[in-house]
Structure formats: C-alpha cells, structure tokens
Design a protein around this ligand. Sequence first.
Ligand SMILES: NC(=O)N[C@@H](CC(=O)O)C(=O)O
Ligand SMILES: [Zn+2]
Ligand SMILES: [Zn+2]
Length: 346
Amino acid sequence: MDTAAELTLTRPDDWHVHLRDGAALATTVPHTAAQFARAIVMPNLKPPVTTAAQAVAYRQRILAALPAGMAFEPLMTLYLTDNLPPEEIRRAREAGVVAVKLYPAGATTNSDAGVTDIRKTYRTLEAMQREGVLLLVHGEVTDGEIDIFDREAVFIERVLEPLRRDFSELRIVLEHITTKEAAQYVAAAPRHLAATITAHHLLYNRNAIFTGGIRPHYYCLPVLKREEHRRALVAAATSGDPRFFLGTDTAPHPARLKEHATGCAGCYTAPAALELYAEAFEAAGALDRLEAFASFHGPDFYGLPRNTTRVTLRREAWTLPESYTFGEAVVKPLRGGETLRWRLVA
Ligand SMILES: NC(=O)N[C@@H](CC(=O)O)C(=O)O
Ligand SMILES: [Zn+2]
Ligand SMILES: [Zn+2]
C-alpha cells in the first residue's frame, strides 16, 4: 500500500450535490467550493427547479454565496415532472443547464412533484436526447410492496432497462448506486450509461445505521446496504472503469429534522468529502485510482474539459467539527466530532 504523506491530484468535481437555497447557501457553497471545481446541483428545491429561468436564477444565488477569491462553477439541472414541456429543454440547454433529474414521485426528499409514470415524460426525453442533455436518475421504485433494500435492483429491471431500449442515444447517469446489481448493470452496459458513487456507500454497510442505537446521520436514500454490496461498490469505484465517478450526494438537513421520529434522509458529507473518499480508496489499497474516479471520469462522460488546477490531501489526523450553522438551524456532518486520517490542504 502507498504510504506517502501527501497525495496531489487534479482538482475533482462533485457530480451530485444538494446545495439547498436561501440562508443554507452560506454554509453549503463554501464547503463544496473548497473541495471541488464544479458540481452538479440537484434541483429538488421546494418548489423544484423546472424552468430554464429558475435554473439561471438559482445559479445566481449560488454564485452570490461564493466567498470572494474562491472559484467554483455550479452546473445546473432541471427537475423532471410529468409535464415538463419538451420546448423547455432547448431553452434550458441554451441557458447552460446540462442535465435533467428524474425522481420517481415519492422516492426521496422533496420528490412529491416527481414522475408518476415514465411514459408521461417521453416527449421531453426525446428532446433531451436530441439536444444532448443528460438524464440523471434516482433509481428506486416507490412501490410500498417492494422491500426497501430491493428498490434499486427492481428499478433497473422495471424502469431503467426499458427506458434505455427506447432512448438508445440518451446519456444517463444512475445516481448514488448502492447495490452489486447496479454496479454490474452499469459495468455491462455498452454505452451512454454511467453511475455516481458516494463516499458513505463506499465506507459503510447498513450496520452503521444501528450501531449502539439508531443513528440518523447515517440514514440516506437509497439506504445503506449489506456488506457484499459495499464491497461491489468499492470494486467498481477502484476498477478504473470510466463509467464510475464521484458524486457525494451531500444532502444537508437541519439536525433536529434528522434526529426526529420521521427523520429526513440525507448525509452531509461536503465538509470532508475528499477525505472520506481517500479513506475508502486507501482501505482498498487503491489510492492511485482516486484521481481518475474523482477528476477524470465525470468530465469525460459529461463531455466537459478536465480541470487543470490541483489539490493536495495530507495524511494528518484532525477532528471534523460536530456541527455547522445552517440558516437558523445547525447541520451535523457525517463523522462530525470524529478523527479523520486525511486532510485537504487549504
Ligand atoms: N440522498 C438523500 O437521502 N437525500 C437527498 C435526495 C436524494 O438524493 O435522493 C436530499 O435531497 O436530501
Ligand atoms: Zn436521490
Ligand atoms: Zn441526492
């Protein structure tokens, strides 16, 4: 195993973040911008981002929250609904929107406006295929009859496979994959399909949610799975296969809404994202594969240039703060108050 004290890599991008809006941006934007050059900003606001004009205005609010002297490029997305007009896709692309996000209705945080039947969106998907706008997917079925641990695998069979047959030129990212079925499916797909993998799904299995009592800060969707799935994700992320790349799915919620009888889904990982990925890759003896996963595969799939600046991680124990202010509330990061082995050099 490589035991060098420092690791320097091309500055990575985060291909899946939730920055939220309003006062939250003062916390989330500096955290993500400290680590990443660009980020795919998810559109699940209340109300969701469904027009080019809303995406442009949201982008302005994000940039207004960027501290002076920091460079960061938010890459904007629209939220797919049953009635997102196909005409909006061209306007969105011209406004710089790079992708549209599919949330099955009811699948996750702020997904009430999501898609109830994929067939209702076909004319819009055709427009996306034509315009070169990517489709990003929260890949879980919402059928209450299906066990929560099986919802990703069933989504692939029931929704994703038929969708890919009908739109063979549409570029699709299966977001935050959590199962060996998803990793195998993406690895076997000949073209136009990729997947993001979070740091927490590389580091933890579902035991983490229940160690010594219920731990709401480890609850996210899709929920952590068995160890065999975590291992399959680590194998995919460290394989060098360009279809797998970094997407933290950093998803902050006020701590009181996570430590709650019906706690919100989402792990806040932005403050130590690269540190957590480095830990996972090091544990797999694959630190030399981190740069391609974090900095090359994402822009290559999106058809964007790779970054040219660099960041350095140092092997240095430090304690991650337990909480951060988050508008009027506080947000507790994953591993807050604990010691991390890697530290991003400022
Ligand atoms: N991942 C999560 O558990 N939550 C995300 C939504 C999502 O990405 O599904 C959120 O917005 O809070
Ligand atoms: Zn999701
Ligand atoms: Zn997400």
